[in-house]
Design a binder for this molecule. Sequence first.
Ligand SMILES: O=C(O)c1ccccc1NCC(=O)[C@H](O)[C@H](O)COP(=O)(O)O
Length: 237
Amino acid sequence: MTSAFVTAIQRAPRPLVMEVKRRDGHGRDLLAGRSVAAHVRGFDGAAACLSVVTGRWFGGDLELLQEVRRLTDRPLLQKDFITRRDQLRTARDLGASAVLLTAGLLPRSSLGNLVDACLSLGLTPFVEVTTADEVAAIPDPGGCVVAVNNKDIRNRERGPGDPGRSLALLPQLRRAGVDCRVSASGIDQPAVAVGLLQAGFSALLIGTSLLRAERLSDWLAEFDRGWSADQAVLSSG
Ligand SMILES: O=C(O)c1ccccc1NCC(=O)[C@H](O)[C@H](O)COP(=O)(O)O
């Protein structure tokens, strides 16, 4: 599968999708006194792609997608409760490259139709799963980016994240032929991020801990120390 979103992940030295989200599932502010523009400036040179949460549970709206689009040329993922084709056209028209399709919230036939519609519009389907059954129901695993959500959208992601869920589903993603495998949500520590990539994830989607980091550069420096050491071992071995 080739798409701007996937190519950016494959080429990035740091395969992180960094997320702009106004609030967490409890309604708590995540911008930490900084503007959207300030966060996007920080993410722009550092991320492979950006994710923008337009879902209203998280304080989002389409204006946020438009604002971020004006601020960066990076491929954008729109995260919202997408259930209809007209939402896909809007996402494309506003400059998204990829859109979230949440397997656990969509009937199987709708998921299949929306994946087809995404591909015909030139959008990358970013299918989020939480269980083995949802992985088994992905209609075109090779044509989708598949993300394991370490939290639970059914409780608005108010609970803690469990990266163990990503690790448990990874072998099934491989067997299903998913090339672009993402672990999403609740990745709080750089060391956990490095561990997920070392295990075989292609990329990570991280919002809260980057938005809340007092200094993004410190978080990334710690991540880079672990990740570049891993890459150096691979290239010398
Ligand atoms: O997951 C969904 O179905 C969803 C639907 C609509 C809006 C947002 C949605 N999910 C948001 C997320 O999954 C997280 O914001 C994202 O993975 C980053 O998580 P975190 O690093 O814990 O902020």
